[in-house]
Write a protein that binds this ligand. Structure first.
Ligand SMILES: NC(=O)c1ccc[n+]([C@@H]2O[C@H](COP(=O)([O-])OP(=O)(O)OC[C@H]3O[C@@H](n4cnc5c(N)ncnc54)[C@H](OP(=O)(O)O)[C@@H]3O)[C@@H](O)[C@H]2O)c1
Length: 263
């Protein structure tokens, strides 16, 4: 199986922690040069220094930017692409805050739309010429199982994730002839600080302990445990390899079997 990414350049967003950091590690393990992106410069530097190097020529780098600042994101993406063509883009960022859709402000929708969809489009347009020129492109969007079954209490997220899924499916058809695939990975409950925050919020809203809330969630997962960021990252990394060239336009749940939908 062709899993080697030596000589490929990956840009991993939301890479200072959680699923993004785990994806950067997996891609580096497969030989890719990885550029990390998030807001926290301190955390990014630490992650970049700790990434694996399979061969002497392998280089890792990082850039600090807020994905809500579209102009800065555009400038940094262009700078990264000019320094070395990017073959792999992992679109990933922090999840929108919870709450029902009917009570969400317009500003909350605008923020989430900018952070998730407009950031993805900005990065795509900066990186696409390099992917086309090299005949190799892998775009993986980290979104949510809500694109198959909307999640109660995540109104803004459900809405914006569906927009990203529609964007991705459209792109997958437009770009396939250039050797570029576009897929989505849908994490289930995965042990990261995002999940810690969710448990704390549910505990304080209900007066129950975080452990009780966790046990309730685990009971909904056929695998009877939370996932690890590395387990989500393994699927993301596979989609970036030559072996996955014919996997295009799909949304893959990595959720221990929690999602009930057939497709
Ligand atoms: N963990 C789960 O159980 C789960 C389940 C379903 C879906 N998801 C989704 O999967 C994605 C990743 O989840 P995760 O658990 O890895 O999240 P996480 O631990 O909160 O990490 C989010 C990453 O995004 C970066 N980030 C956040 N806001 C940003 C911004 N405005 N600009 C640039 N970077 C930003 C953060 O770094 P900085 O703070 O340094 O910027 C961090 O590296 C999220 O969209 C999440 O909603 C997660």
């Amino acid at each position: 199986m062709q899993l080697d990414l030596s000589g490929r350049h990956a840009l991993v967003c939301g890479a200072s922690q959680g699923i993004g950091r785990a994806s950067a590690i997996e891609l580096a393990e497969l030989g890719a040069n990885v550029t990390l992106l998030a807001r926290s410069a301190v955390a990014l530097k630490t992650v970049a220094e700790s990434l694996p190097r399979k061969h002497a020529a392998q280089r890792h780098d990082w850039r600090s930017v807020d994905m809500l600042d579209t102009a800065s994101l555009q400038a940094i993406a262009s700078e990264i692409a000019a320094s070395a063509p990017v073959h792999i883009l992992i679109n990933n960022s922090g999840g929108p805050p919870g709450g029902p859709a009917h009570a969400a402000t317009l500003a909350a929708f605008e923020t989430a739309f900018r952070q998730h969809l407009l950031a993805g489009q900005t990065l795509l347009q900066a990186l696409l010429p390099g992917m086309r020129a090299s005949g190799y492109g892998r775009i993986v969007n980290v979104i949510s199982t809500s694109v198959k079954e909307p999640i109660v209490g995540l109104g803004v997220s459900n809405t914006v994730r569906a927009a990203v899924a529609g964007w991705a499916k459209t792109l997958s058809g437009e770009l396939a002839a250039d050797g570029i695939t576009v897929n989505n990975v849908l994490p289930g409950y995965t042990r990261t600080s995002r999940l810690d925050g969710l448990l704390a919020a549910k505990a304080s809203a209900s007066g129950r302990t975080e452990d009780e809330i966790a046990q309730d969630l685990i009971a909904t997962i056929p695998g009877r445990r939370f996932g690890e960021a590395s387990e989500v990252a393994a699927v993301i990394a596979f989609l970036c390899t030559p072996a996955a060239a014919y996997v295009n336009g799909v949304s893959i749940a990595v959720d221990g079997g929690r999602t009930h939908a057939l497709s």
